[in-house]
Design a protein around this ligand. Sequence first.
Ligand code: SF4
Ligand code: SF4
Length: 212
Amino acid sequence: MGSVKDYFSSLGSGISSLIKGMTVTGKEFVTPKITEKYPENRGSHVYPDRFRAILVLKYDAEGRHKCIACGTCERNCPNGTITVETKMVETPDGKKKKKLDRYIYDLGSCTFCQLCVTTCPTNALEFSNDFEQAVFTRSKLVKQLNYLPEVPDPEPTPEEKAAAEAARLAKIEAAKKAAAAKKAAAAAAAAQADGAAPEAKPDTAAEAPAAE
Ligand code: SF4
Ligand code: SF4
């Protein structure tokens, strides 16, 4: 009698379990699918803006970036992913200026911490969400971020040229004054030394016989 009761009890729990399972299956059957069909959906899929895929230099519409080659990002990068190579150029007003030559970034060692972006004083960097960066050779992960031909700096305006020339002349004038002041001070010191010397002679002369 007991075995018949156990039989129907386990049959009932089996049917109940089957109904529960089929309910879940039925629900999933009618729920909209979220599986991405990559790469078929390349053209339609929207990637999050804040996704950090690769570091890039921001270029404006005229093809200029804002990097001033200060090296802050390179110093702040925790694992030496960035190398900023610089060069010296002459500005239209005749001054020497440090400029970016090559901005080298190794995607293979980047941890995407974004310290470089947040510490850049000119807001020259950002992360692109272009995640398709797979390559077959590690060396191809080392990239030069200033990839566009360098656009010359805009010509200074007449006002800027006049201000630069005035500053140059003022600097020359200040240097002349400083040199004249130095010369006068040296002459005064020499004259003082000449005036003090004759007073010393009699003392020496007076002391000489006493020594004999
Ligand atoms: S990207 Fe920014 S922090 Fe890095 S060298 Fe250029 S200006 Fe400096
Ligand atoms: S995100 Fe971090 S690890 Fe990557 S280059 Fe910038 S500072 Fe270096």
